[in-house]
Write a protein that binds this ligand. Structure first.
Ligand code: PAF
Length: 287
């Protein structure tokens, strides 16, 4: 089948309009490209759920801080297109920053209308070290929703805080879109797939592996009956390789996002750590 590559907002809106006239259910998989099997699993889920699937590929400048990896973020559009073709994606939407924001410079919220998720959910976990990040994410996702007008949108659970915030946005702003969370995809040895894994040296990859090991060990101990978050923190911390820099290891209720003292069903256990210069995140949700 043919996968159309579209860079232009008006053009994609025309396609969507004719799909809507045919009463097609539309699925959107928002990505920043450098697609891997984690993205492929989102696309597969979208293909199962929807008549038409759009994958957006856009390295969104307004969600990166000034000292973050916007410039070096991997851009692999040829490979991405191949993957999208293989999985039967109908449209790849890959706009330029100018197409999305009307300007070639990064616009702040003094010049651009932003969607700002509640402070309570933004000023914690990843938001603490990445001020403005979730405003940038919510803004671009809202724009993508308005451009593609999907019935369903697919997001990975690896970015658990992002998933939580976007679900909240959909609810609070009465969007007629269902967010479908998709499980984390891992390498056979447990490392969570991430476009940023390509930054890791062989040694760093070994260190990084201790992140998923720590989460597994916490879950194992929880399953033996230990529920105290302080004890489980120590369990996880002791597994983490000493060469990595822990940013947070936190236990939160995935319904309310409140911190949890006694771990129970639906507790999000989330880690962010720096391995060399690479910032990685991973989590589990207690089932
Ligand atoms: O998760 C990502 O890749 C990005 O944050 C998203 C949702 C595509 C918005 O730019």
């Amino acid at each position: 089948m043919n996968t159309l590559l579209i860079n232009n907002i008006e053009k994609i809106k025309q396609n969507v309009k004719s799909w809507k006239e045919e009463k097609c259910k539309i699925g959107l998989v928002p990505t920043m490209g450098a697609l891997h099997n984690g993205h492929a699993s989102l696309i597969e889920k979208a293909k199962q759920t929807c008549d038409k699937v759009v994958v957006s590929i856009f390295v969104n400048p307004i969600q990166f801080g000034p000292n973050e990896d916007f410039d070096k973020y991997p851009r692999t559009i040829e490979n991405d297109l191949e993957l999208c073709k293989k999985y039967g994606v109908d449209i790849v939407f890959s706009p330029t920053p100018k197409e999305m924001y009307g300007e070639n410079k990064i616009l702040s919220n003094t010049e651009l209308t932003y969607v700002c998720p509640p402070y309570k959910f933004v000023d914690c976990l990843c938001g603490k070290s990445r001020p403005g990040h979730f405003d940038g994410v919510a803004t671009v996702v809202m724009k993508l929703f308005n451009i593609v007008n999907p019935d369903y949108a697919f997001f990975g659970q690896k970015d658990a805080q992002q998933l939580f915030i976007l679900k909240k946005m959909v609810k609070d702003l009465n969007l007629d879109i269902e967010i479908i969370p998709c499980p984390i995809v891992r390498e056979p040895d447990g490392l969570a797939l991430s476009s940023r894994n390509t930054y890791l040296s062989t040694k760093e990859r070994e260190f990084a592996l201790s992140i998923s090991k720590a989460l597994r060990e916490i879950e194992r101990q929880y399953n033996t009956g230990i529920t105290d978050a302080n004890i489980l923190f120590d369990v996880g911390f002791s597994v983490l390789n000493q060469n990595i820099n822990l940013e947070y290891l936190e236990f939160r209720d995935f319904e309310t996002f409140d911190k949890i003292q006694n771990v129970k069903k639906n507790t999000l256990i989330a880690i962010a750590a720096k391995v060399g210069k690479t910032r990685l995140i991973d989590n589990i949700i207690i089932g």
